[in-house]
Write a protein that binds this ligand. Structure first.
Ligand code: NAG
Ligand code: NAG
Ligand code: NAG
Ligand code: NAG
Length: 379
């Protein structure tokens, strides 16, 4: 697995700026004290060294800023994962999964990749938009599969995300829908060598948010729970389970009445969760367990590959039952009642414009993102 990141990351822009201004001030002071301005040659020398230093500073910052994306939150707040990838200091991360645009032609513009634009919109909302950006240091990571074009990765880095190339997970599952060919790679979000965090929220790229997500990590069902040792529902030949685990999500119950909160307790199928947003604690034993399950395709359905696998691993009848997030965070197919109740994550594809408030919000955020960057980059 290779992580690409500019070495200038380690630069500390504000610290550097402060030292730079201080030496500039001392230099100017000594210039006047020595009445050096009367001596033309010395003045030229001072000005020349000042310009050279300015040049070096600006150059170093232009490349540093593309990766030191969270510098404005906390200057000394970076740490390095085992792959040498820098993350924002803090125990939590949001990971956005981005797969290869499966039907792209070589000549297609990056803009035609809706999931790429969706990921950019989320990154913009998480890091920059005043009403939705994170208020605490949470790492914003894009997990890009092998086929994602370099130009897209580069753009997402300029947007402020940490982009990680994730290695393909080998499997023999027959996936009929081409669009789903890479979704098992989403399991990498639970690999602690890729995501060394206490909690990781994994988001699909076809959603927008309406408020900051910091408090998602405080939802009590995102904490680790001990195994339900009463259950022996899974085959004994799978690897050992961890001592504790976390998996919080929301039920996949489309076609609800437009009422919030919905009466999920009396809705059939409420024990099946949607994998569009999940909060977990990456753990090697748990990850190896998922991989073992991946090699036992007879144990899970394949219609929605990774979602079906995880629903088997975290079945309510098994040893690691998934737990429900507060429903005001997310529900599949949000309706007007969800929207009016202030649902935080709207699982709406901006390109499937339906005229309802959720899709209106999604398309508005998509273009807000575009406008933000065009304005900021002077295009
Ligand atoms: C910055 O991060 C460090 C390390 O996590 C922390 O100790 C410090 O309090 C933070 N500073 C601010 C201003 O948030
Ligand atoms: C296990 O079963 C016992 C007895 O039926 C019950 O009291 C206990 O709450 C169960 N534990 C869990 C974690 O479900
Ligand atoms: C936590 O999850 C359990 C099991 O899904 C659910 O019954 C409970 O209501 C959830 N708690 C909260 C506070 O949402
Ligand atoms: C879910 O969140 C809403 C809004 O923050 C809150 O009013 C409600 O009490 C929460 N429900 C549970 C079960 O914690």
């Amino acid at each position: 697995m290779d992580a690409e990141i500019s070495p200038s990351f380690q630069a500390n822009p504000l610290g550097f700026l402060w030292k730079f201004c201080k030496s500039g001030f001392i230099m100017t002071k000594s210039l006047f004290q020595a009445r050096a301005y009367r001596r033309k040659r010395q003045l030229i020398l001072y000005l020349a060294s000042f310009s050279i230093l300015s040049g070096i500073f600006l150059y170093s910052q232009s490349s540093a800023f593309s990766t030191v994306h969270r510098a404005y939150i906390n200057q000394s707040s970076y740490r390095f994962g085992s792959l040498g990838i820098p993350f924002t200091q803090g125990p939590y991360a949001i990971a956005i999964f981005l797969g290869t645009e499966f039907d792209a032609e070589q000549s297609d513009d990056d803009e035609t990749d809706r999931y790429f634009i969706g990921a950019r919109t989320l990154v913009y909302q998480l890091l920059h938009a005043p009403s939705t950006r994170l208020t605490s240091p949470v790492s914003v990571v894009v997990l890009a599969t092998e086929g994602v074009r370099e130009s897209k990765r580069q753009r997402l880095r300029l947007d402020g995300a940490t982009v990680i190339d994730i290695e393909r997970l080998q499997h023999s599952v027959n996936i009929d829908v081409p669009f789903y060919h890479e979704v098992f790679d989403k399991l990498r979000a639970f690999d602690p060598s890729v995501m060394p965090f206490e909690k990781v929220a994994v988001l699909d790229a076809d959603m927008v948010i309406t408020r900051p997500l910091d408090l998602l990590f405080q939802d009590m069902n995102t904490t680790q729970f001990p195994l339900n040792t009463n259950s022996t529902n899974l085959p004994a030949d799978l690897p050992e389970l961890p001592d504790s685990y976390a998996l919080a999500a929301t039920p996949d119950i489309p076609g609800r009445e437009p009422v919030f909160p919905p009466d999920v307790d009396n809705t059939p199928g409420r024990d099946y969760f949607n994998a569009g947003i999940m909060v977990s604690s990456p753990n090697d034993k748990l990850f190896q367990y998922y991989i073992a399950l991946l090699n036992r395709p007879e144990l899970f359905g394949h219609w929605l590959p990774e979602q079906d696998l995880l629903n088997v691993a975290h079945s309510w009848k098994g040893p690691m039952p998934w737990r429900q997030l507060n429903l005001s965070w997310h529900l599949m197919s949000p309706n007007e009642a969800d929207f009016n109740a202030g649902m935080a994550i709207l699982h709406c594809k901006y390109w499937q414009f339906g005229g309802d408030p959720c899709h209106k919000t999604a398309i508005a955020r998509r273009w807000q993102m575009q406008g933000y960057w065009e304005g900021r980059e002077g295009k």
